[in-house]
Design a protein around this ligand. Structure first.
Ligand SMILES: CCCCCCCCCC/C=C\CC(=O)SCCNC(=O)CCNC(=O)[C@H](O)C(C)(C)COP(=O)(O)OP(=O)(O)OC[C@H]1O[C@@H](n2cnc3c(N)ncnc32)[C@H](O)[C@@H]1OP(=O)(O)O
Length: 305
């Protein structure tokens, strides 16, 4: 596992673009399972920050974030996420993934702000490439991707949910979700914005992005940021039912449709990846941005006392 992580990290950082393998539609992957072979009911693999359980009889993997305290997306987390996605993408038995959190009340707190504070240009480059890679893999996945948002999900956490095919959120107004970058004095990049627009439409996206709005679950439903609210104790049951509904269709038709809907947005980042990294590194390197991020971190810490 450590060797695989190191290899992927090297590939992400050195070659510039990790080959987006199996990005094009896969024809009926479940149908290629040899007939008559007994299926092991469940397989699992776990890294430090993400637990994956694969149910081979349903073809559905559950990916649980388990990086305390708040599942923030640092370089190690992003690398593990990409490796897990790649493993599942290449597993013909896997047709769908449920992405959720093992940390109570938090889905993900978004990008780890400490990765964007006081570091070198090389570090920002490596970090941002990993953020891009995570999004490219998730947004272009051939699998059915279902976010089960069982806690707060600001910024990068919200991006993960928005990149899935369907979002179920726990019906708890204390949990919030949204792209709140503007509140931190930073700007959601164009591919965050495009992903958001594809889910909620231009008007809601523009207003929410300018205001950096974080929506309590009921409002998130109202604005279409999530598709359904479900009592927390019913999330698992609901996720299983939704996944079964999506998997009832032939893979190839769903995959080609998904690719058609998302291709333009994906192609744009692939074509402008290096430019996007340069924009990010020069933006976060500005003293004014560093100051905003430091103040935001201090505010988070003060909130406790
Ligand atoms: C011209 C255009 C160019 C383009 C330039 C691009 C610019 C960059 C774009 C970046 C895109 C995305 C950005 C992000 O994702 S930034 C992250 C945004 N996240 C947040 O705002 C969430 C902040 N956190 C919270 O609101 C709360 O922590 C919580 C998630 C609601 C949980 O609350 P809690 O009360 O349960 O826990 P709390 O005590 O607050 O936190 C526990 C400890 O965790 C630390 N922490 C929280 N969030 C983060 C984080 N995102 N990164 C790093 N650390 C985090 C917090 O400080 C506590 O630490 P400690 O225990 O005090 O040491």
């Amino acid at each position: 596992m450590a060797a695989a992580a190191a290899t992927l990290a090297r590939r992400i950082t050195r070659s510039g673009v990790l080959p987006l393998c199996r990005r094009l539609p896969v024809w009926g992957r479940a149908a290629r399972r040899p007939p008559g072979l007994p299926l092991a009911p469940c397989r699992a693999f776990s890294n430090k920050k993400i637990q994956v359980d694969m149910n081979e009889s349903s073809g559905v993997a559950t990916m649980k974030f388990k990086s305390p305290p708040v599942n923030s997306l640092n370089l190690d987390f992003l690398t593990e996420f990409c490796i897990s996605l790649e493993k599942l993408e290449n597993d013909r038995a896997c047709r769908g993934i449920i992405i959720t959190s093992a940390i109570p009340k938090i889905f993900s707190s978004g990008l780890d702000i400490t990765e964007m504070c006081g570091k070198s240009t090389e570090h920002y480059t490596e970090f941002w490439r990993a953020v891009q890679e995570m999004w490219l893999r998730l947004y272009s996945s051939n699998m059915v991707t279902l976010a089960v948002v069982n806690g707060s999900s600001p910024a990068g956490g919200c991006l993960i949910a928005l990149s899935c095919d369907y979002r179920i959120m726990a019906d708890n107004p204390k949990y919030t979700i949204g792209l709140n970058e503007a509140q931190l004095g930073i700007v959601a990049p164009f591919w965050f914005k495009d992903t958001f627009v594809n889910v909620v439409g231009q008007r809601v996206a523009e207003r929410s992005l300018q205001l950096g709005s974080l929506y309590p679950a009921p409002e998130a439903l109202k604005f279409g940021i999530v598709d359904e609210l479900v009592p927390e104790e019913k999330l698992q049951e609901k996720a299983t039912a939704v996944m079964a509904q999506w998997l009832a269709l032939p893979d190839h038709a769903r995959q080609i449709t998904k690719s058609m809907m998302r291709k333009a947005v994906l192609d744009l980042l692939v074509a402008h990846r290096e430019e996007d990294i340069k924009n990010f590194t020069s933006f976060v390197s500005k003293e004014s941005i560093q100051k905003s991020l430091r103040m935001y971190m201090e505010m988070l810490k003060k909130k406790k006392s």
